[in-house]
Design a protein around this ligand. Structure first.
Ligand SMILES: CC(C)(COP(=O)(O)OP(=O)(O)OC[C@H]1O[C@@H](n2cnc3c(N)ncnc32)[C@H](O)[C@@H]1OP(=O)(O)O)[C@@H](O)C(=O)NCCC(=O)NCCS
Length: 202
């Protein structure tokens, strides 16, 4: 089942970054990276054509309180987002019925790609969700064309879980992989459903 999750004012600090809830003052930094073509598209959403679009999304981030702003420690600049989302098909994935989890999604400003920053952010959030929030599992997905994101997930310990056709927010469908990470501090024995899409342990 999906775990309850809210950021609730928590700040996560890593070597080069800090992660905190979004606030209204982040609008310019957010628009700066969200308006660049080919960034959001890799995560299934269209780049923002205008600041009103960024404002609408920023307001939903603030209201829902489940998306971290990824900030550079040295300047405080917001350079990305990391959402602790609900995983989908909750009623079909019977293996998770007695376990609590969420799905992670993320985007980084194109200027900062290739420096290991997202891997650093994702690892810190995994640590927080497993060790402080006591979650049992996390999922994280990527479209087949997104080899960078695939690599981030590998480096964070995720394992291939299911091969799926995933819907984008642009109304298209893309083949992709959903990955799974189990909390290593717990004894979790999953009895998997839907063998037709299953990749885990293969
Ligand atoms: C995916 C994304 C978050 C990666 O962030 P990042 O900070 O650049 O990631 P890292 O530097 O931690 O790791 C990237 C890895 O991909 C590798 N990589 C870079 N270009 C690559 C390519 N064209 N093909 C395959 N791997 C590539 C890097 O070498 C690195 O792996 P390594 O450490 O083994 O060398 C960033 O590119 C992004 O925001 N993309 C757009 C949004 C997106 O795709 N979100 C995820 C949706 S599932």
């Amino acid at each position: 089942m999906n775990a309850e999750f809210r950021i609730n004012g928590v700040k996560i600090i890593t070597e080069r970054l800090f992660l905190r809830a979004f606030k209204q003052g982040d609008i310019n930094d957010f628009f700066e990276y969200a308006s660049v073509k080919g960034v959001g598209e890799m995560a299934g959403w269209q780049h923002h054509e205008n600041i009103q679009k960024s404002n609408e999304i920023l307001n939903s981030f603030i209201k829902e309180d489940k998306t971290f702003a990824i900030c550079l420690k040295e300047s405080g600049k917001v350079i990305g987002s990391l959402g602790v989302e609900k995983y989908g098909m909750e009623d079909k994935l019977t293996e998770f019925f007695s376990y609590k989890g969420r799905e992670i999604g993320y985007v980084l400003s194109k200027e900062y790609w290739g420096k290991g920053l997202m891997t650093e952010a994702v690892k810190a959030v995994i640590d927080y969700l497993f060790n402080e929030q006591n979650l049992d599992f996390l999922t994280c997905g990527y479209y087949d064309f997104n080899t960078r994101s695939k690599r981030v997930q590998e480096k964070c310990g995720f394992k291939p879980y299911r091969k799926l056709i995933m819907e984008t927010r642009m109304g298209t469908k893309e083949p992709g992989v959903l990955n799974l990470l189990l909390n290593p501090n717990k004894q979790i024995a999953l009895n998997f459903s839907h063998p037709e899409t299953l990749l885990y342990n293969k």
